[in-house]
Design a protein around this ligand. Structure first.
Ligand code: ADP
Length: 381
């Protein structure tokens, strides 16, 4: 490529129509003939009668950009020198302006190219990080599932043998021994519940949640579950009221539905002060309300568990359904628990095609509503 080829071309910088306009406006004002040539002598605009060849007799002038000749202007007529001066000044301006514009566009293009390269690199790093996290998440779920299984097997034997001893199968049991055995069984049951919850959460995470469907009355199921809470709540002066509508039949998994009721009621009792109020209601209504953009008028049975307890602040509400989340997770916290109950309850409700939400305010109590689609063909009365 010659040095001339490396130069900036006038024809590339300024469109011919602009050069034509410039020539026309000057010749209209000053008369005579005018033409613009590139640095190789090719005419780009103006009269064919004008020449910049040496010895032609026409007046001419060179226009340069950064010291390099870029264009030549030729003129004839009485005002040839004035035309040359005017055209030279104007072309100078136009050329510098066009050059600045091209420089800015090139710089912008370069900046975009660098940004795009950086983004591509960031994307690749993010993809690698996501793949690593997914792998770690899978390992964690596997670990939880294996550990829970390995812990549950020996614990089931501990419970079985303790029960046999309590029944006197290994010989007579004194009053004190029976009391100790009862405590062992209670704590072992608690531990079994915890391990089962961890196992359930890990099977949720690996997408292995399956339902054993049966047609059952929610009112009967809730009543029998509430009976197990009555002694514990009664000791704290909390009477649990049940208010059920007439037909509460749903198709669902008995064990998982019991667990949903148990999680909501045990939380209501746990987070309500002595002599507080806990109410459980079964009503017919829509599947989802008060959920912006997610309202759903599908006929449903609503399980409503309300309490007069400590309530939950607005910023914590969004997190309470996350695994292991507890509003107070300090080692000195006043309430026991694992932070898994609501995670499982939400997953089980949604597996039944239902929704779960909470209306609550700190110090004003909480109302949890879980909904289940009514049996097909049934409308809320
Ligand atoms: P936990 O085993 O801690 O009860 P959950 O998943 O059932 O776990 O609940 C998560 C957290 O949500 C609880 O630790 C508590 O902070 C809050 N929470 C749940 N139910 C209630 C309620 N009825 N009143 C106040 N806080 C509640």
């Amino acid at each position: 490529m010659s040095a001339l080829d490396d130069r900036i071309e006038l024809a590339r910088l300024v469109p011919p129509s602009e050069l034509d306009e410039l020539v026309t406006s000057i010749t209209t004002a000053l008369g005579g003939e005018l033409a613009i040539f590139d640095c190789r002598g090719h005419r780009l605009a103006g009269s064919a009668a004008v020449s910049v060849a040496r010895g032609s007799g026409d007046a001419s002038r060179v226009v340069a950009l950064h010291g390099d000749p870029l264009a030549m202007i030729g003129a004839t007529g009485a005002n040839a020198l004035a035309s040359l001066a005017l055209c030279g000044e104007a072309l100078d301006l136009v050329v510098h302006h066009a050059y600045a514009r091209e420089l800015a566009a090139t710089t912008h293009e370069e900046a975009m190219r660098v940004t795009f390269a950086e983004l591509t690199e960031h994307n690749a790093r993010l993809s690698r990080a996501v793949a690593r996290l997914e792998e770690l998440d899978r390992l964690k779920s596997n670990f939880l599932a294996t550990m829970s299984h390995e812990l549950r097997t020996p614990l089931t034997s501990v419970i079985g043998y303790a029960e046999m001893m309590a029944e006197g199968l290994a010989g007579p049991v004194s009053v004190d021994q029976r009391e100790y055995l009862t405590t062992i069984l209670g704590k072992a049951d608690q531990l079994l519940g915890l391990i089962t919850a961890v196992l359930d959460v890990s099977s949720l995470e690996s997408g292995q949640l399956t339902l054993e469907r049966a047609t059952l009355s929610l009112a009967d199921l809730v009543a029998s579950e509430l009976a197990t809470f009555a002694p514990q709540a009664g000791r704290r002066g909390i009477a649990i009221q049940l208010d059920a509508c007439s037909d509460t039949v749903v198709v669902g998994d008995r064990r998982k539905l019991r667990q949903i009721v148990s999680s909501l009621v045990s939380n209501a009792v746990k987070f309500t002060p002595d002599r507080g109020r806990v109410g459980v209601a079964l009503r017919r209504g829509p599947l989802a309300v008060h959920e912006p953009g997610r309202d759903d008028a599908t006929p449903a049975i609503q399980l409503i568990v309300s309490d007069s307890g400590i309530g939950i602040s607005r910023d914590q509400v969004a997190k309470i359904f996350e695994p292991f989340f507890q509003v107070d997770s300090s080692s000195t916290r006043a309430f026991g628990g694992t932070g898994l109950g609501l995670t499982l309850a939400k997953a089980y409700v949604e597996a039944h095609g239902g929704r779960i939400w909470v209306d609550t305010q700190p110090g004003q109590g909480s109302t949890f509503t879980a909904t289940f689609p009514a049996r097909p063909g049934e409308e809320p009365s």
